[in-house]
Design a protein around this ligand. Structure first.
Ligand code: ADP
Ligand code: MG
Length: 623
C-alpha cells in the first residue's frame, strides 16, 4: 500500500523561533543535556504506553518490552534515539513539537537576562526540552507512529531549527518515536560510544527503563543495557548515593541545580507506599501560582499514573518535588478518585509530616542550609499557618523573622530571650523592613529593651489572622489597643502615665474637637519616647497595614477610626498646649495627626494641605 505523504511545510510560532536561538546560545556550555531531555521524553512516552496498556493489552502489538535505543553513525554524523513508547499522531506532532503552546514560554523569554549560567538553569523549568536538540544538531528528523494505528500512519517531521518544519506521512513498521540528530560542524564528540554511555549513566540511571546501545568491541554482536534501569525509590536507602539521589531529582524536576534536601521513606501497614520527596534549592518562576499540578508524580506499583501536586501536597508545600509510589491504589485511579480517596488523604497527611520533619531537622542541624531554604520558600510556608490548622504550631516553629535583635529569629529564639515578667510575643507589621524598624510604636520597647518582631512581608498580616499564640504565649501587635506590657509595667511608669493624662486633661478634648470623626479618640500614651504622636487601632479592629493591602487590592474593607496617641513629654505637645490662637492650634493638631499617619506608613488624604501647613509654620517660626 502506498502512503499519501501529505507533505507540508509549517512555520513555528514566532516564540519558538526566538526560543531556538536563545536555547542554542544559553545552553551551549551544558550542551550534553540534549540527551537527557530526549531520554526523558522517551521514558515519558513509555510510561504513557504502559498506562494505556492497563486497559488495553492489545496496544502493545505483541511488543511489551519497553526500551530506548541510543545509536550513532560516524559516517553520517548522526545520533539516534528510538523508543517504542506511545508515539504521536500527525496532529500530536503539530501540537507538541511544532507549537510551543506552553504558557511558560513567554515568561521564560522574559526572564532570560543574558547570564548564561542562570539562563541555563531556567530552561528545564519551562518544558522546552525537545528543542535542546538544536544545540548540537543543525537538522533534526523525528519519525513517529502512534501505538495502535496502522504502519502507514507514521509521520516524519523535520526541521533545521530556523523557523519552519516539514511534515509528511510515511510508513513506519515500528511503533514509537525515532529522533535523528544531524550534528553540527564541530560536535563530533558525541559520535563516541564512551561519551554517550557516560551521559546516559549520568542522567538516566534511575529511569525505570532499559536504555540500550550496541555492544562495543571487535567481535561483539548485539546490544546491552547501559543504565541501571531500576526505579531509584524502590532501592534501599543505604545503597543509594547522594549523587544518585541528585541525578534522579534533576530527572524528575527538570532542575539543573542540585536539590537542597530530600526525604526517602517506606511505609508499611494499613497503607503501604514509598515516597521520595525533595526540596529544590531555588524557587521556580511560577512559585506564586498557587494552583500547581506539576511536582509530585504518583506511581502505583511502579507504574506511572499521573503528576498531580494538588491532591498529594497542600498548596503551601507546592514547591516540593518527588515521587509517591503506592502499593494499594488501583491502577486505574483517576483524578476524580484522587479527590475523595481516603488512602490518598492518608498518604498526603503523612507526606506533609515527612516534609515538615525534614525541615525541622534541617533547621536544627544545618542552620545555614535552613536559611537558604527560608530565603526561597519562607513566604510560601507562611501560608501553611492559615491553611493547615493541624500542623499550625509545627509550622510556626519553622518561621523565621527579622526582629529588633537580629535576623533569622525563630519564635523559640524569641521566647528564650523574653524578659523577666514578659508574657507576650510582640510584633509590628509594616510595608517594608525600614518602615517597621523606624516605627514610633517601637520607642518604648527599645527603651525597655524588649525584642519586637519586624514583619514586613505581604503575607504576614494574613498569616497573623491565624496565629494568635505560640507555645502558650500570645502574639501581640505593638500598634494595637492600649499598650499593655503586663508585668513589665512598673509602678513608676503607671504613675507617670496617670499624671500625664491629668496634665493633658484640657488638651485632649480640644484636639478631639478639631479632628472630629477622623479619629475615634485622642489619648495620652507612654509608648513614645521620641515622637510626638502615633496612631493605633483598637484590639478588635483590622491592622492598618492589612487594611491598606486590602484597599490596594480593591477589596471592600469596613470603615475604621484609628486612635491618636500623644506623647505628653514631647516639646511639640508643650508648644501645642501653649497655643492660644484657634487657627494655629488647628493647624498644629492636623500636622501632628498627619505626621503620625505618615510614620506609620500610611498615606495622607490631602498631602498638599499637609505641606502647606508645615510651610506656614516654618515661615511663622523663622519670622
Ligand atoms: P515536555 O517533555 O516538558 O512536555 P518537551 O519539549 O521535551 O517538553 O516535549 C514536548 C512534547 O512532545 C511532550 O510533552 C510529548 O507530548 C511530545 N514528545 C516529545 N518526545 C516524545 C517521544 N519520544 N514520544 C512521544 N511524544 C513525545
Ligand atoms: Mg521533555
Amino acid at each position: 500500500m502506498t502512503v499519501d505523504a501529505q507533505q507540508e511545510t509549517l512555520e513555528f510560532q514566532t516564540e519558538a523561533k526566538q526560543l531556538l536561538q536563545l536555547m542554542i546560545h544559553s545552553l551551549y556550555s551544558n550542551k550534553e543535556i540534549f540527551l537527557r531531555e530526549l531520554l526523558s521524553n522517551a521514558a515519558d512516552a513509555c510510561d504513557k504506553l504502559r498506562f494505556e496498556a492497563l486497559t488495553d493489552e492489545g496496544i502493545y502489538e505483541g511488543d511489551s518490552e519497553l526500551k530506548i535505543h541510543v545509536d550513532f553513525d560516524k559516517e553520517k554524523r548522526t545520533v539516534t534515539i528510538h523508543d517504542n513508547g506511545v508515539g504521536m499522531t500527525r496532529q500530536d506532532v503539530i501540537d507538541n513539537i511544532g507549537t510551543i503552546a506552553r504558557s511558560g514560554t513567554r515568561q521564560f523569554l522574559e526572564s532570560l537576562n543574558g547570564d548564561q549560567v542562570n539562563d541555563a538553569k531556567l530552561i528545564g523549568q519551562f518544558g522546552v526540552g525537545f528543542y535542546s536538540s538544536f544545540i548540537v544538531a543543525d537538522k533534526v528528523t523525528l519519525e513517529t507512529r502512534r501505538a495502535g494505528v496502522a504502519a502507514e500512519q507514521g509521520v516524519r517531521w523535520q526541521s533545521q531549527g530556523e523557523g519552519s518544519y516539514s511534515l509528511e506521512n510515511t510508513e513506519l513498521p515500528r511503533r514509537g518515536t525515532t529522533i535523528t540528530l544531524h550534528l553540527r560542524e564541530g560536535e563530533d564528540e558525541f559520535l563516541d560510544d564512551f561519551r554517550l554511555r557516560m551521559i546516559i549513566r549520568k542522567y538516566s540511571d534511575s529511569l525505570d527503563l532499559p536504555i540500550v546501545m550496541k555492544k562495543t568491541g571487535e567481535e561483539e554482536e548485539g546490544e546491552e543495557v547501559v543504565n541501571q534501569a531500576s526505579a531509584l525509590w524502590t532501592r534501599p536507602r543505604k545503597e543509594i548515593t547522594d549523587d544518585e539521589y541528585q541525578s534522579f531529582y534533576k530527572h524528575i524536576s527538570h532542575d539543573f541545580e542540585d536539590a537542597l534536601s530530600w526525604v526517602h521513606t517506606r511505609s508499611e501497614g494499613r497503607q503501604s507506599y514509598t515516597s521520595l520527596l525533595y526540596i529544590p534549592a531555588r524557587a521556580p518562576f511560577d512559585l506564586w501560582e498557587r494552583q500547581q499540578s506539576q511536582g509530585i508524580k504518583l506511581y502505583v506499583r511502579r507504574v506511572f499514573i499521573m503528576e498531580d501536586t494538588e491532591h498529594l501536597m497542600p498548596t503551601y508545600l507546592r514547591f516540593v518535588r518527588g515521587v509517591i509510589d503506592s502499593d494499594d491504589l488501583p491502577l486505574n485511579v483517576s483524578r476524580e478518585i484522587l479527590q475523595k480517596n481516603r488512602q490518598i488523604d492518608v498518604m498526603r497527611a503523612a507526606s506533609v509530616k515527612k516534609v515538615l520533619g525534614m525541615l525541622e531537622s534541617m533547621a536544627r542541624d544545618d542552620g545555614e542550609k535552613y536559611d537558604k531554604f527560608w530565603q526561597q520558600f519562607g513566604r510560601v510556608l507562611k501560608e501553611g499557618i492559615v491553611e493547615d490548622e493541624g500542623n499550625r504550631q509545627r509550622i510556626a516553629a519553622l518561621l523565621r523573622f527579622t526582629s529588633t535583635a537580629g535576623d533569622n529569629v525563630s519564635l523559640n529564639d524569641y521566647i528564650e530571650r523574653m524578659k523577666e515578667g514578659q508574657e507576650k510575643i510582640y510584633f509590628i507589621t509594616a510595608d517594608s523592613l525600614t518602615a517597621a524598624r523606624n516605627s514610633p510604636h517601637l520607642e518604648v520597647f527599645r527603651k525597655k529593651g524588649i525584642e519586637v518582631l519586624l514583619m514586613h512581608e505581604r503575607v504576614d498580616d494574613w498569616m497573623l489572622t491565624a496565629l494568635d499564640s505560640f507555645s502558650d504565649k500570645a502574639l501581640r501587635s505593638v500598634a494595637k489597643g492600649n499598650l499593655d506590657l503586663g508585668d513589665l509595667d512598673d509602678e513608676e511608669t503607671k504613675k507617670a502615665r496617670e499624671e500625664a493624662s491629668d496634665k493633658l486633661a484640657d488638651l485632649l478634648p480640644r484636639m478631639q474637637e478639631i479632628l472630629g470623626d477622623k479619629v475615634k479618640e485622642v489619648r495620652a500614651t507612654d509608648r513614645l519616647t521620641d515622637s510626638p504622636a502615633c496612631v493605633v487601632v483598637d484590639d478588635e479592629e483590622m491592622a492598618l497595614n492589612l487594611r491598606r493591602m486590602l484597599e490596594a487590592a480593591g477589596q471592600p474593607v469596613p470603615p475604621s477610626q484609628p486612635i491618636l496617641e500623644i506623647n505628653p513629654e514631647h516639646p511639640l505637645i508643650a508648644l501645642l498646649e501653649a497655643e492660644e490662637e484657634d487657627d494655629r492650634f488647628a493647624d498644629w493638631v492636623n500636622i501632628i495627626h498627619d505626621q503620625a499617619q505618615l510614620s506609620e506608613g500610611g498615606q495622607l488624604q490631602d498631602p498638599a494641605q499637609f505641606v502647606r501647613r508645615i510651610n506656614e509654620m516654618l515661615v511663622r517660626i523663622t519670622n
